[in-house]
Design a protein. Structure first.
Length: 403
């Protein structure tokens, strides 16, 4: 990407991917409009309206998806135009924003974060556990810590019987029945979320170019993007982001106690369904780990891989290795916030119950704080831009300094 005084040149494969996905949803919208009974953005089988788009009639929602999907193809391809004047870019920016709002915020629901949570428990936890065990065993100090963790697992097994064959069998049976119960609906919802994210990225680039800034890095930036300034406001955002998942994590950990707390679950319910207990604890561990990992945005081990990480120990953490997961997590949390906040006005639930859910799942605050903390980390660590070479135009652009 190059920027001149009155023209903007952009090359990227992202517009092509967005155009292809838009075409897919345009075709699907036509299919749903013609009467297909698997429209994914309407109310659930129980009548719950889990996404804002579900408040529209299915034919209206399908028509909206069809129109935006088809019009999204030329709009996305417009972002590949080699030369644009900033004034000509503004109409494209407006329609891009509409696409990002509809597909990124109104169509998805909490389904996206539920799907990610399932994947993290089933795939992320085993992979992370094996990875950390391999790394921890190489160091004397972390080897002792690892033995302590294994001893704790043995104690849990002896006192609670958590890891018995029945629990794994029930969990496997329950998960095996999920595709039949929910069908392909989560995939269409998640695809809409990805499409919305793609439109959002194109929109940010368009906004930057319309303002005469670098589409890749946004330079020249405001004063608060300077590394030392970002370090200060990013510290408090990171602390808040790390604390947000702790209420849920602690609640799930009480499932190991004789009297579990919250969500209408009793000890008898958990004893009768050990698979649910095992999976719930897995979600609690994911929440706990996410809070700890978030602290890496302000700690040295967020810039250099710690010694107990195999194959990577001591090497610099690539900027994208922290920024991409952070931005993704923030987007998932903010999208899920709409589903959670609209529950505050449901008449069948008491105000106390709804507020309790919001305190237990502080997705709005969590999403905003993760986004701010990730932005601060990016501004603090980013190097020279390969597109505009700013701001170190007179310096060696291969330096690894914060700018």
């Amino acid at each position: 990407m190059t920027v001149t005084a009155d023209r903007v040149t952009i090359t990227s494969r992202l517009p092509l991917a967005v155009a292809a996905l838009s075409l897919l949803y345009g075709v699907l919208g036509v299919v749903w409009l013609l009467g297909a009974d698997w429209y994914p953005f309407g109310p659930t089988a129980e009548g719950d309206k889990v996404s804002p788009l579900a408040y529209l009639r299915s034919d209206v929602g399908a028509g909206l998806v069809a129109v935006l999907g088809m019009l999204g193809v030329p709009t996305a391809l417009g972002h590949t135009q080699t030369t644009w004047t900033p004034s000509a870019y503004r109409p494209l920016l407006v329609f891009t924003a509409v696409q990002a709002v509809v597909f990124g915020l109104l169509a998805p629901s909490m389904t996206v974060i539920v799907l990610v949570g399932y994947l993290l428990v089933l795939v992320g936890l085993p992979v992370a556990f094996g990875f950390l065990v391999a790394g921890a065993w190489r160091q004397a100090g972390t080897r002792a810590l690892l033995l302590g963790v294994l001893a704790l697992v043995v104690v849990l097994q002896l006192t609670t019987g958590l890891f018995d064959w029945q629990a794994f069998r029930q969990l496997g049976s329950a998960l095996a029945g999920v595709p039949e119960r929910v069908g392909a609906q989560p995939l269409f919802v998640f695809g809409a979320f990805l499409l919305g994210v793609g439109w959002a990225v194109l929109g940010v680039r368009a906004l930057r170019t319309a303002r005469g800034r670098c589409a890749r890095c946004g330079r020249p930036g405001a004063w608060w993007t300077q590394p030392e300034v970002a370090r200060r406001w990013g510290f408090w955002a990171t602390i808040v982001a790390a604390l947000c998942p702790m209420p849920y994590a602690l609640l799930r950990m009480t499932w190991l106690l004789p009297n579990p707390v919250g969500l209408g679950i009793s000890a008898a319910d958990l004893d009768a369904d050990p698979g649910m207990k095992l999976f719930g604890l897995g979600l609690g561990l994911i929440a706990l780990a996410s809070g700890v990992v978030t602290l890496g945005l302000i700690r040295p081990w967020g810039e250099l891989w710690p010694r107990w990480i195999p194959f990577l120990a001591g090497r610099p953490v690539p900027l994208k290795a922290a920024v991409v997961p952070g931005v993704t997590a923030a987007a998932l949390l903010l999208v899920s916030s709409l589903t959670l906040v609209q529950g505050l006005w449901l008449p069948e639930e008491s105000v106390v119950t709804n507020l309790g859910h919001l305190l237990l799942f502080p997705f709005p605050l969590w999403g905003v704080s993760v986004a701010v903390a990730t932005a601060a980390y990016y501004y603090r660590r980013r190097g020279s831009c390969g597109a505009c070479f700013g701001p170190q135009r007179s310096r060696d652009t291969t330096t690894d300094g914060p700018w």
